[in-house]
Design a protein around this ligand. Structure first.
Ligand code: ADP
Ligand code: MG
Length: 399
């Protein structure tokens, strides 16, 4: 995964035109940007190129306009935010190809920065139309992809452009690929994976891939219930996919064959009602769950045993909370194990990589989001990578 060109491979780029694919699909409310994390991730690449004298044209999609110009989804709405985060002047260019872009490039000085219009206003973007890629490329000298979060899609500006221009990974893309390589590509062993979250069905491919890759597979969250039920445990009213019992068995058999130890909880936290600090909350052995109870977190004995497992490991990859962490006290196991992982990372004995929307929120709730080796905010692309899939946007950079 690591044989791609980076900004270090660029020669003199003074006055050259760079097309930089970034993630500007920013969360908005009432026409205002509510979180600029994605812009901040792109800052190092943008400023490095601008400071080397390139004319930097940012390419990004926003929402799902499906090949039509939709004024409420124009990237003009994020210009102000990008300007503020960069602390530089930023020009908005209402096209992605053609004479309007050429004219704007003529106006931009060396080191100038422009944002092109929402790439999904053009039907050829999601179709990965080579003619669209060529038209966009016609105005530029090279292409930089800094949007790992869009790399699982083969679109004109995430994949196609890499075939028609010299292509480089931006700094954020480079950091993500290097972290992922350390976690599952060529990891230091033993390797542990934590997989949690609500449902087995949404992470079947992740589980199937991980059993062939890791030494310890730790299963928590609602999906642990499906595995426990498959093993004959009565999980009461817990969230559980009973129809996936045989699939769960197959995964356990595959793990066995691959020499991967699967860790299921042997104690759990249950309650009769799903509410903050319900009076009925109690801890019990998995074999003691009553018919009217729900498993909402893994128990303290299981959590302690898992901490001991992590202490023997050199690498950890984590996706999915161990319990219903949004509702106290069902965040206890997730917070505790996250803090153990953070401490081991701090001591230098563990490389820890985590990803997933709710996982990132849970790590931040545990106040250790910045103490893992790497936390991916890429969502879909991160999960596809955990499934062992090749990401088209990454593969294209390697050619
Ligand atoms: P991510 O976004 O990190 O990939 P998921 O979306 O797969 O994670 O899962 C997160 C959700 O799983 C959370 O909303 C959490 O409340 C829920 N969850 C975890 N454990 C349980 C459980 N035992 N019962 C019900 N829901 C659970
Ligand atoms: Mg989620």
């Amino acid at each position: 995964m690591t044989n791609f060109k980076t900004l270090d491979d660029l020669g003199d780029i003074r006055g050259k035109v760079a097309l930089v694919r970034v993630d500007l699909n920013l969360p908005m409310k009432d026409g205002r940007v509510t979180d600029d994390t994605r812009v901040r991730a792109a800052v190092p690449t943008i400023l490095e190129l601008a400071d080397a004298g390139a004319k930097v044209l940012l390419l990004a999609h926003f929402g799902r306009p499906k090949g039509e110009r939709v004024s409420t989804q124009s990237l003009s709405m994020v210009v102000e935010t990008v300007r503020n985060v960069l602390g530089r002047e930023v020009m908005f260019i209402p096209e992605i190809a053609g004479p309007v872009v050429a004219q704007a490039i003529g106006i931009l000085g060396e080191g100038g920065i422009g944002i092109l219009e929402n790439t999904r206003f053009w039907k050829g973007e999601e179709k990965n139309d080579p003619d669209l890629a060529k038209a966009i490329a016609a105005n530029a000298d090279f292409y930089v992809n800094d949007a790992f979060s869009a790399a699982h899609r083969a679109h004109a500006t995430t994949e196609g452009l890499a075939h028609v221009l010299p292509a480089y990974a931006g700094r954020a893309m480079q950091a993500e690929l290097e972290a992922l390589e350390k976690a599952l590509g060529k990891p230091a062993k033993p390797v542990a994976a934590v997989v949690g979250g609500a449902k087995v069905s949404s992470k079947l491919d992740v589980l199937k891939h991980l059993v062939t890759k890791v030494d310890h597979l730790i299963i928590g969250g609602g999906m642990a219930n499906t595995f426990l039920a498959a093993r004959g445990v009565d999980v009461g009213k817990s969230l559980c996919e009973h129809d996936l019992a045989s699939t769960a068995e197959e995964i356990l058999t595959a793990a066995d064959a691959a020499g991967c130890t699967v860790h299921l909880p042997y104690d759990v936290v249950v309650a009769r009602e799903f509410a903050p600090n319900p009076p009925s909350v109690r801890t019990c052995n998995v074999h003691e769950v009553a018919a009217d109870e729900m498993i909402l977190d893994i128990g303290p004995a299981a959590t302690e045993a898992l901490a001991d497992v992590l202490k023997t490991c050199r690498t950890l990859v984590w996706n999915g909370p161990l319990g219903a962490f949004e509702t106290p006290p069902f965040d206890t196991a997730t917070v505790s194990l996250a803090r153990t992982a953070a401490a081991l990372t701090g001591e230098g004995s563990l490389v820890s990589v985590a990803g997933g929307g709710d996982t990132v929120a849970a790590l931040n709730q545990a106040r250790v989001g910045d103490q893992f080796s790497y936390v991916s905010t890429a969502g879909g692309a991160f999960l596809e990578w955990m499934e062992g899939k090749d990401l088209p946007g990454v593969v294209a950079l390697q050619r």
